[in-house]
Design a protein around this ligand. Structure first.
Ligand code: PEP
Ligand code: MN
Length: 360
């Protein structure tokens, strides 16, 4: 997008700009002792940017809602004692002003706040005239326009060190992930705003410790620019998100095992693979067009013979046969189900339009 052309990278003196940016620290600042202990352990493991939530948006009242302003003093102490940069979540203009006054180095906006344009504008107005890096988490619901709209408000306030955090999207029911990655959404964000760095937050995406490492690796494979990971000196007894927090030591083990892909090296190989993909897409489109032409012919036949459009037994047979075939070809059955459903829906729509023509 034209207006995002002058974004600036989010870099900090002493932090290697060629390595993924790692932001780590507790979900919440709980006590001075917990904050400083966690910070020192992280600093010893080479972490340079420390996160902690001071104001916590909780689903229900009565949960731990953060320590508030006094936490900012602890963050200041972290900076002084460890030399780490500090980051916290802001949700209102009061938070922005307090965090900036306290010398916080990076602000992020949480998923619940990012879903609310009034709150985003309130924060944007408070940021005007300041040159602080800001990261906007994806809104809880999978709405790319809402995410981009929020980013736009912050950009329009003059913030140029602007990034996005992909923390997954909530969905109804129980799933493997606490928040589904829905990778096509950050990929679309990257297509629309190519210069915006995207940081992955495997902690809120996975919701449990075991998933942090695989999600972090997957996100690096997808080409993200950094990671935000929750760490606590005593994760089991954390006052919020205790299942997903790691000890600084475990974070270190995970980070050391991650493979960072060299995007420069693979560009040429990618070019020929992409050509191949383009060719496959061409063939796919041609075959889809052909299938729709045949569906239309069938529609004409049904109309002439006064038959109803959806023949349930036939639909069921197509689904079952193709899902089985997909499995034998190494494709996921869920994926094939979705594809076949979409194709069938389009065929029905085409046939319906034939019937409607007649009804006019
Ligand atoms: C957090 O980072 O602790 C947090 C509240 O995250 P999210 O806004 O992604 O739920
Ligand atoms: Mn959290």
């Amino acid at each position: 997008m034209e207006q995002f052309k002058d974004l600036q990278p989010i870099t900090f003196p002493g932090v290697d700009p060629n390595q993924p940016l790692v932001i780590a620290g507790p979900c919440s600042a709980e006590s001075e002792e917990q904050v400083l202990k966690t910070a020192h352990q992280l600093a010893e493991n080479g972490i340079k940017v420390f996160r902690a939530g001071i104001w916590k948006p909780r689903t229900k009242p009565g949960g731990f809602e953060g320590v508030g302003l006094k936490g900012l003093l602890w963050m200041h102490q972290v900076k002084k004692e460890t030399g780490m940069y500090t980051a916290t979540e802001v949700a209102t203009h009061e938070h922005v002003n307090a965090a900036l006054d306290a010398g916080i180095d990076l602000l992020w906006i949480g998923a619940r706040t990012a879903a609310n344009p009034f709150a985003m504008q309130d924060i944007a107005d408070a940021l005007r005239g300041h040159d602080v890096p800001v990261l906007v988490k994806n809104p809880v619901n999978p709405d790319i326009e809402l995410w981009i709209g929020g980013i736009q408000r912050i950009y329009n306030a003059g913030i140029r060190k602007l990034g996005a955090i992909h923390r997954g999207f909530s969905s109804y029911g129980k799933h493997l992930y606490r928040n589904e990655p829905q990778w096509h959404i950050p990929v679309e964000l990257h297509r629309r705003i190519p210069d915006i760095p995207i940081i992955c937050d495997p902690s809120h995406m996975g919701g449990k410790r075991e998933l942090i490492s695989p999600i972090a690796q997957q996100s690096l494979d997808m080409g993200v620019d950094g990671l935000m990971i929750e760490c606590h000196c005593d994760p089991d007894n954390a006052l919020s998100d205790n299942k997903q927090q790691l000890t600084p030591e475990n974070l270190n083990i995970i980070l050391n095992a991650l493979v960072v892909r060299d995007t420069h090296m693979s560009t040429e190989n990618l070019a020929s693979l992409r050509q191949h993909i383009d060719q496959c897409d061409n063939e796919l489109l041609e075959i889809l067009a052909k299938r729709m032409r045949v569906a239309k012919e069938i529609g004409t036949f049904k109309k002439e013979h006064n038959m109803q459009i959806v023949q349930a037994a036939r639909y069921d047979e197509i689904m079952q046969r193709r899902v089985k075939q997909a499995e034998s070809l190494g494709l996921s059955p869920e994926f094939m189900k979705e594809v076949m459903q979409a194709i069938h829906e389009e065929s029905v729509k085409l046939q319906l339009s034939l019937f409607e023509e007649e009804n006019k």
